[in-house]
Ligand binder design. Structure first.
Ligand code: ATP
Length: 401
């Protein structure tokens, strides 16, 4: 359908990039990227209208996102026709615009395209030997200035290398060293570094990529104070385990997995370094607060646990309930103390979701005037429930009374 619609408008159309790469690797990928030879936005508008889909457009980049009613998304980019005036008054020459579009990409493995236009439908286009690199499991840049042009590609190279179990090609490796040597990262905007780094931390298993970043001397781009200290690998492994444990609990609560790895990486950095990291990565206020504030509250809770175990359920709840799940998982990851881990996991699996069945309205019905006493009564009733002395709603009402 896409092919026919584009064709009726006189445009060529291809599905490109990660989607095609993953098709060859037989990996699942729901991100469909389309390139239109012509006017991407004009096509996207017409196609979305026809399919009853929504559309967001970014005219500055000639890109759009088509969002189907079931949430499925298709990114549409424009490969502008590029005309070169040939010498000696010959007519202008139109180069293959899809080739130019693909040449701007990061690695050969991302340059494959499948034609969707009726003429040549289904043809695999491979200008840069991508199939060979996929077969030989190699990450390779398209030209030697690639990392100078866009240093974030260094992080992307590591991400793909570790995700697919590929190897960064010899020349590409040299160019990474060269980029580090030339310090091309100095001018790189914090948001872009953060975006790529966060993507790495969101990988299924980010640990090999994190270690590769250290070994290549790239962590200092984020901050020289983030060190590969002796306990780090164990703590990262532990972070992975607690995340797997959390997955098994099947809670509905979504968590940001990258946060746990990020906090674990920073666990030995002081507040000053954390402030600088937040500044370097241009973190949004809530993420800045996580590493410069919340993390230290979590550490206080940890210190409290080291002195107060065994604690009652209600004490555990009082101390741990202000902390979001990511912070609790983080303390579990960096704690070497099994008792503390057990207490936190007990809180997360058993206590965290316990709540009262009575509420302010019930206190009002008892004839109590609304006021600060309400929250104290409810707090104490919850404490009693957590400690196992109240079985049902009647018990709660009796206790509150
Ligand atoms: P992932 O599977 O992690 O989502 P991806 O390659 O499928 O990776 P994106 O990171 O969204 O998806 O990138 C989409 C496409 O855009 C890639 O296939 C790549 O060709 C291109 N691309 C992304 N970032 C860059 C970059 N920094 N430089 C050049 N091309 C890039």
């Amino acid at each position: 359908k896409i092919g026919e619609v584009a064709d009726s408008m006189g445009f060529g159309v291809y599905v490109v990039g990660g989607f095609v790469r993953d098709l060859l690797l037989r990996r699942k990928n729901d991100d469909v990227d389309i390139v239109i030879e012509g006017e991407g936005i004009t096509f996207a508008k017409a196609f979305a209208e026809m399919m009853g889909a929504r559309i967001n457009t970014y005219s500055k980049f000639g890109t759009s996102v088509i969002i189907f009613p079931d949430g499925f998304k298709v990114d549409v980019a424009t490969a502008r026709m590029e005309y070169y005036t040939a010498p000696a008054a010959l007519p202008e020459v139109e180069t293959s615009s899809i080739k130019l579009d693909l040449y701007r990409r990061d690695f050969t493995i991302n340059t494959l395209a499948i034609r969707l236009s009726p003429e040549g439908f289904g043809t695999l286009t491979d200008f840069f030997n991508a199939q060979r690199d996929i077969k030989e499991k190699r990450i390779r840049i398209l030209h030697n200035l690639s990392f100078v042009e866009d240093p974030t590609r260094v992080f992307r190279a590591i991400k793909f290398e570790q995700r697919f179990g590929f190897t960064i090609g010899k020349v590409t490796r040299e160019m990474i060293k060269n980029a580090i040597h030339l310090d091309v990262f100095r001018e790189l905007g914090g948001l872009r570094v953060f975006n790529e780094f966060r993507q790495i931390l969101e990988e299924e298993n980010p640990i090999p990529a994190i270690l590769r970043i250290f070994d290549l001397g790239l962590m200092k781009i984020i901050h020289p104070g983030i060190e590969k200290h002796n306990d780090l690998i164990d703590q990262l492994d532990e972070a992975k385990k607690v995340l797997a444990w959390h997955d098994l609990m099947y809670t509905d609560e979504p968590i940001e997995r990258w946060v746990i790895y990020f906090l674990t990486l920073l666990s030995q950095c002081d507040r000053e370094i954390s402030e600088e990291v937040a500044k370097r990565l241009m973190l949004a206020p809530k993420h800045k607060k996580l590493i410069t504030g919340d993390r230290f509250h979590a550490r206080n809770a940890y210190t409290w646990l080291t002195y107060s175990l065994p604690a009652t359920n209600s004490d555990l709840h009082r101390k741990l309930s202000p902390l979001r799940a990511e912070l609790l998982l983080y303390i579990m990851a960096v704690s070497a103390n099994e008792e503390i881990k057990k207490a936190i996991s007990h809180y997360m699996s058993q206590l965290r979701h316990i709540s009262l069945s009575i509420m302010g309205r019930d206190l009002k019905e008892m004839g109590l005037k609304p006021g600060p006493l309400y929250s104290r009564i409810l707090e104490e009733t919850l404490a009693a429930k957590l400690d196992g002395t109240l079985d049902d709603r009647d018990d709660e009402l009796a206790f509150a009374a």
